[in-house]
Design a protein around this ligand. Structure first.
Ligand SMILES: Cc1cc2nc3c(=O)[nH]c(=O)nc-3n(C[C@H](O)[C@H](O)[C@H](O)COP(=O)(O)OP(=O)(O)OC[C@H]3O[C@@H](n4cnc5c(N)ncnc54)[C@H](O)[C@@H]3O)c2cc1C
Ligand code: SF4
Length: 318
């Protein structure tokens, strides 16, 4: 690792004041330290944000719950109120890595983590995302890559939490200089859809303070298929959430993970109409295939995505 300066912030204002164009925030360190050890990033200053009071709190006192950026993945997976009211969020958290990773990794770090593309993570390669001129995955080993992308980089979003938070209409509160801005999950990732260099839409020095989650969508689920039964990334994931109105579900949203640089919204007029009959679910799942652009080695993701959409919708309807 290159030498770096370590500073610990005691407030959000302090963290913002300490940040420079060559600093990075340190939360659990699971992602950042890996990148530093591989010389993918060499920040001059590390700003530890774990000691900032309040950022590790879960506030459920109103109908919009607020989770501080430093809440760990384990806390999200095990919190009794989340398990009852937002089961999909707890499911997504419980599928992250291993217990050791979940105990340390944070909500903010999970949302802001960088690409896991093996070419990006190779210390000696400089692909498009690292400012080079080539995407090695397009004509290379693209088994784990995207089916949908708005730019030449096909590295998919791998944050489990981003996928379910998109389905739950969450807002991410970000401190940008002296301003506070609220981003939808779509906005938090839109730059990654458009720009091969971007992992998300955060600017250098932006600090995620907390995430606000409306609790109206009481029916929610998160499912994933991985190569291993535990301690593995999703090959494809799917989150679905809806609001119960009598016997019906309203505002149903479905998002796929690990198939695009953003949580990928499954769009269908049937979903908009709230038609979740067996035939409708089949048709919604089928519609994904025609929109996908599989590469040489990732076409297997299409039927997995379809199966997960069917299962996720059947689960929130039942
Ligand atoms: C073996 C392995 C398996 C994994 N499996 C999964 C998986 O299945 N699903 C999944 O979702 N993830 C998985 N992960 C990724 C892991 O969940 C993330 O690396 C972790 O959540 C990052 O959180 P952290 O607190 O450690 O972040 P850090 O490593 O501290 O930070 C990550 C990035 O976010 C920035 N950052 C941190 N906090 C903030 C903030 N509040 N505001 C702005 N920027 C911030 C940092 O500067 C850095 O760029 C896995 C990781 C490993 C190593
Ligand atoms: S998919 Fe993106 S991160 Fe991977 S090699 Fe291509 S440009 Fe780099």
């Amino acid at each position: 690792m290159q030498n770096f300066e370590y500073v610990a912030a005691r407030s959000v204002d302090g963290a913002i004041q300490l940040s420079t164009s060559e600093s990075r925030f340190l939360a659990g360190g699971i992602d950042l330290l890996g990148e530093m050890k591989e010389y993918i990033t060499s920040p001059k200053r590390i700003i530890d944000i774990k000691l900032i009071p309040g950022l590790d709190q879960i506030d459920t006192s109103t109908s919009i719950w607020k989770l501080g950026a430093n809440v760990t993945i384990t806390e999200i997976a095990k919190n009794k109120q989340i398990l009852t009211a937002l089961p999909g969020l707890a499911e997504a958290a419980s599928e992250v890595g291993s217990p050791q990773i979940r105990n340390v990794a944070t909500l903010g770090g999970n949302l802001a983590q960088h690409s896991r593309c093996w070419y990006y993570r190779h210390r000696d390669l400089r692909c498009l995302k690292r400012g080079g001129s080539t995407c090695y995955a397009r004509d290379g080993e693209n088994k784990y890559h995207s089916l949908f992308s708005g730019n030449p980089c096909i590295s998919p979003v791998v944050s489990n939490l981003a996928v379910i938070l998109a389905a739950l209409n969450a807002r991410v509160n970000v401190r940008r200089g002296d301003k506070e801005i609220a981003l939808t999950i779509g906005e938090l990732f839109s730059d990654a859809w458009n720009n091969p260099l971007a992992h998300n839409s955060l600017l250098p020095g932006d600090l995620i303070a907390d995430v606000e989650i409306p609790t109206q969508k009481t029916r929610s689920t998160y499912l994933q298929v991985s190569e291993k039964g535990a301690f593995d990334w999703a090959l494809v994931s799917c989150a679905a959430a809806g609001r119960k109105t009598g016997d019906q579900l309203a505002d149903v949203s479905v998002f796929l993970g690990a198939v695009a640089p953003i949580p990928f919204r499954v769009e269908s007029p049937l979903l908009e109409r709230g038609d979740l009959s067996t035939e409708a679910i089949e048709s919604i799942a089928e519609s994904v295939a025609s929109k996908a652009t599989p590469m040489a080695h990732n076409g297997y993701k299409v039927p997995i995505a379809q199966a997960l959409i069917r299962r996720a919708l059947a689960r929130i309807v039942s």
